[in-house]
Design a binder for this molecule. Structure first.
Ligand code: GLN
Ligand code: ZN
Length: 755
């Protein structure tokens, strides 16, 4: 049986696709250049897989923007506003909008940091197959010389689950319209070769499936698996276990099921069922969404254990999910600590791991290069257990010791004291933290990093920017000021760079959406804070004003969610270590006279498990660690938090339990609808529901903001409300920020006079 890879990243190890796309979008080059780059990348990625000895290689895992978008185009699910367009113009207009039509919505792909385009479906649309991308890529792969090819497609159930209907109806009602197009597609694909494997990605199957969803699986896959005799259908699930769906899938004529054995260990309990069905098991043993080396010996043991149930010839060895979520290769990392490097494995290195595991499992001889990799894998897994740079006794003792878990006073008592001490007006105004990151600010940071300017010059530049921010905020009349975050490139990286236990790559890019990539920090060891991280900047800013200056920190859950987290200890343990480091920063800021401290948990909601049964455990440690961060705060020190989110219905009690004095959230785009839950549950703490949308360059008028505040006042009493934009302002321009904030303050004055 072949080894396999669920899917390979496509942006290019030097982000070639990104640069080709952006050059084309800005009119600097033709689309033919994008096509050339795309073809070169596909060939390169196929070549890597082939050279490593992967047998079953994917086509159509490539995309110029996003696979969900590709599937929508394949099915002819084109929203009406784009219907006059075609080809690349149509495709990129759907993804990015154009002069006349707004882009389609984008949202997070399960619990990863990848974002997909949300298909828009209408019951009145006639769907129509456009198989050209898939057919062309298949032919290209044949020409390239691939022998065993699998065609990756988003499965119909996941496609519908992630789509939205413009009439707000149930997308699953459209299965009857979509399925015939899928069948037609399979029939086209079947003509391409004698034997073809099609992989349907159905990650939706790892969620809590309702009976309604489960009942769709059998009829759907009965149909798809009987379109053509020369097609073999695999259903790929990943990110969690798929126990319920597997029990149904084994009763359909599909030929194989891919299971994530890294993030869905429960899958092992249903191996019997797969074994009895005689279906192929695509065993995902190499983590497709993390950067750590596999424990090759352990993986082989696991496979052997599985082989006691599933016939060995029915087991394929591969990745737990698409490698889309890992960086390309370690090859360009010149600055990475040598020891840390031995513990890492990116997409290209993971291919080698799969090949080696496969051979060992089948009792085949390794070649010399593979023998060397295996030996260093064994050594590295050993050193990882004891290496000094990972294991910090002081941190471990602190985590295991007595930890302050709560603030000393209850919210009801704290808030009275805070109002006396801080003395802010009704409907206090503030911002979320960052101000526009101008070209000069970024240049100063870069020049300092590259040694072009001295520390003194750098600090002078930052201070000049802080001065400007403070002066503007005073002039605008804001109540609680911020320093503007000019020293931060990113709210996680900034802290990671100053904490022990974090490493940074030079080229570890991972696609976030379209042409955008992120370079997450790698948390490899026990985390501690060698020295204060923000105190100098914040106290400098405070020295420039008599108003209250808010200190600005990032919380542990957000740091975890936007990093690659070590897999040798529990995530909750890493989180606790970070929380203790942040707690020290809170204590230092307070000591330095800072009266309000904000701990951002922008990504709090992102970390939620896919399975509801796992939510309570997550919430428990996530809340625990936020509270640890802020536990040093005295009653009179006001703790704020911010979340880039507005839908709190499911988690309002958890948010309440975090016990922040003030929370700012992203409700601007939903009026007061999503705020109602706060009133409904009798939420006591203060709330700053964003009064305008910072994601758009539009400047909101005074009148509009007054109306928005009126709406908020319909839901929550004035005593409970703060007035602020709905997120940080770093991506905006000063020309937008200045009038917007002035209008916001004007609007508050008008409303204050009324109330
Ligand atoms: N304090 C951060 C900022 O204003 C928060 C960013 C965020 O919520 N993503 O930029
Ligand atoms: Zn935000």
């Amino acid at each position: 049986m072949p080894s396999f890879v669920t899917g390979f990243p496509r942006i290019g190890e030097k982000r070639e696709l990104k640069f080709a796309l952006e050059s084309y979008w800005s009119g600097k080059s033709d689309f033919s250049e994008v096509e050339k780059t795309a073809k070169m990348l596909r060939a390169r990625h196929w070549g890597y897989q082939k050279d490593a000895g992967i047998d079953l290689i994917s086509v159509n895992d490539f995309s110029l923007y996003d696979n969900m978008l590709d599937m929508a185009v394949t099915l002819g699910a084109i929203p009406a506003r784009f219907k006059n367009l075609e080809g690349e113009e149509l495709y990129f207009s759907m993804a990015r909008g154009n002069k006349n039509a707004v882009a389609m919505e984008m949202t997070k792909w399960f619990n990863t940091n990848y974002h997909y385009i949300v298909p828009e479906l209408s019951p009145y649309d006639e769907y129509k197959l456009n198989a050209s991308k898939i057919i062309n890529e298949y032919k290209e792969a044949k020409e390239f010389g691939l022998e065993k090819i699998k065609v990756n497609l988003i499965g119909p159930i996941t496609f519908l689950a992630l789509s939205k209907r413009i009439d707000r109806g149930d997308t699953f009602e459209l299965l009857g319209k979509i399925l015939p197009i899928y069948e037609e597609l399979l029939s086209e694909i079947s003509k391409l070769d004698q034997n073809i494997i099609v992989q349907f990605d159905e990650p939706f199957f790892v969620k809590d499936l309702e009976p309604k969803h489960l009942s769709l699986i059998k009829p759907t896959y009965d149909k798809l698996a009987s379109v053509a005799d020369n097609l073999k259908i695999i259903v790929a699930t990943y990110f969690e276990h798929a126990s319920e769906a597997v029990k149904v899938l084994v009763n359909t004529p599909i030929s194989g099921i891919a299971l994530d054995l890294v993030h869905g260990k429960e899958n092992l309990q249903i191996i019997d069922i797969v074994a009895n069905s005689g279906k192929k098991l695509f065993a995902g043993v190499v983590d497709g969404r993390n950067v750590w080396i596999n424990d090759i010996q352990k993986s082989v043991e696991l496979l052997e254990q599985i082989a006691s149930k599933v016939a060995k010839e029915n087991i394929c060895v591969g990745t737990s999910c698409s490698l889309l979520h890992t960086p390309f290769t370690l090859a360009y990392e010149e600055k990475l600590n040598n020891e840390i490097r031995t513990w890492l494995s990116f997409a290209k290195e993971k291919l080698e791991e799969i090949a080696i595991i496969e051979k060992l499992f089948r009792g085949k001889e390794l070649n010399e290069a593979q023998k060397a990799i295996l030996q260093s894998n064994i050594d590295a897994n050993q050193t990882r257990k004891s290496a000094e740079i990972i294991h910090d006794k002081a941190v471990q003792a602190r985590v295991a010791g007595d930890i302050k878990l709560e603030r000393d006073d209850k919210f009801e008592d704290r808030i009275k004291i805070q109002h006396q001490v801080l003395n802010y007006p009704t409907l206090p105004t503030t911002t979320i933290g960052s101000f526009p990151q101008t070209a000069e600010v970024r240049k100063a940071r870069r020049d300092f990093k590259n040694g072009i300017i001295s520390k003194e010059e750098y600090e002078a530049a930052m201070k000049a920017y802080i001065d400007e921010c403070v002066a503007f905020q005073e002039e605008a009349g804001l109540d609680v000021l911020v320093h503007g975050e000019p020293e931060r490139n990113d709210m996680v990286e900034y802290f990671g760079e100053q904490l022990k236990g974090f490493a940074f790559t030079q080229n570890g890019w991972v696609q976030s959406y379209g042409s955008r990539c992120v370079k997450p920090p790698i948390i490899y060891g026990d985390v501690s804070r060698p020295k204060a991280m923000t105190v100098d900047w914040i106290t400098y800013a405070q020295s420039k004003t008599k108003k209250i200056m808010k200190g600005m920190l990032t919380g542990p859950v957000t740091i975890l969610n936007w990093s690659f987290v070590r897999d040798d200890i529990e995530r909750s343990e890493v989180s606790k270590q970070i929380a203790l480091a942040i707690a020290d920063e809170v204590a230092d800021l307070q000591e330095a006279g800072i009266k309000i401290i904000q701990v951002d948990e922008a990504a709090f909601k992102e970390g939620y498990p896919l399975r509801s049964s796992k939510i309570p455990a997550y919430e428990e440690w996530a809340v625990r660690d936020f509270k640890i961060c802020v536990a040093p705060a005295h009653a009179q020190t006001q703790i704020h938090t911010h979340m880039c989110y507005s839908e709190f219905n499911d988690i309002i009690r958890t948010i309440e339990a975090m016990d922040a004095d003030v929370i700012s959230i992203e409700t601007a785009r939903s009026g007061n609808e999503l705020l109602k839950i706060f009133a409904k549950v009798g939420y006591k703490q203060e709330v700053g529901p964003g009064v305008y949308d910072i994601h758009s360059p539009r400047i909101p008028s005074v009148k509009e903001i007054v109306e928005q505040i009126h709406k908020l006042l319909e839901v929550l009493p004035k005593e409970q409300l703060w007035i602020n934009p709905d997120c940080g302002l770093k991506t905006r321009k000063w020309e937008e920020v200045k009038p917007s904030l002035k209008n916001m303050v004007e609007a508050v004055k008008i409303v204050r006079a009324e109330v």
